[in-house]
Write a protein that binds this ligand. Sequence first.
Ligand SMILES: Cc1ncc(COP(=O)(O)O)c(C=O)c1O
Length: 285
Amino acid sequence: MLAFVGPGDEVLTFEPFYDAYGAVIGLSGATHVTAPLLAPDFYPDMTAMEAAFTDRTRVVLLNNPHNPTGAVFPRHVLQRVVELAAKHDCLVITDEVYEHLTFGARHIPVATLPGAAERTITLSSAGKTFSFTGWKIGWLTGPDHLVAAVRTVKQFLTYSSGTPFQAAIATGLALPDEFYQGVAATLQKKRDILSEGLRAAGFDVYTPQGTYFVNVDIAPLGIGDSVDLARRLPGLVGVAAIPVPVFCHPEGAERTRSLLRFAFCKKVELLEEAAARLATLSGKL
Ligand SMILES: Cc1ncc(COP(=O)(O)O)c(C=O)c1O
């Protein structure tokens, strides 16, 4: 963001959005504009997305697979983003850190679509695929001049990253495809364990196609406010979740008021324990 935008520019993201996006766009001084993702599949409202582009849009910051919704966007959605970015002559920065964590749906790297490569920077990270979130090893790819702009800023922020970790991750990236398929298959089983537990607890479950997050609607339990339930949940059953409104601006927060995000990047036994605890929830409300 610091490499590409500043005050007076607009950066467009979907909403809900990964919370760091709001912060980094804020640091850059640009304005954060959003286009809503709509349940049940959490694909964008295409008309709203088109309307959100203006002559000030400099960057479309995409995230696919998407945190917090778990959506994996199909080709026609991504292609439309690229077309609109071309029409408004803006960059696409695509955060694909969950690229290997998909369950049946195919992850399509935006940069592979017609007209995208010359205006797209692709980001990924070791944090999700290898479960090394604390290592903070990530990478980006794109046209030379765009990568150079990022390096120019990075040079004066942290200069380098954890060099020994980079060598370890480079070895990991050379692992055979089966490793990556195994990671996704294991995670899919975990998704199913937690989703089943959430369903049995009485929530409406939006089955994610990717990431390690599952969203539920809490309305069937007779509660409307997920922020309130998220505060009470640890005390009631010893399980923590994040309310989706915290990933939104005020209007989006109202739209997602009854949505709660759970994470299933945990050991199977822990997920089973969580499911058992959640089964007692309705009796405690
Ligand atoms: C969408 C998204 N992008 C980026 C990150 C940051 O990844 P890392 O900590 O590996 O840099 C996260 C972590 O939660 C994320 O959900």
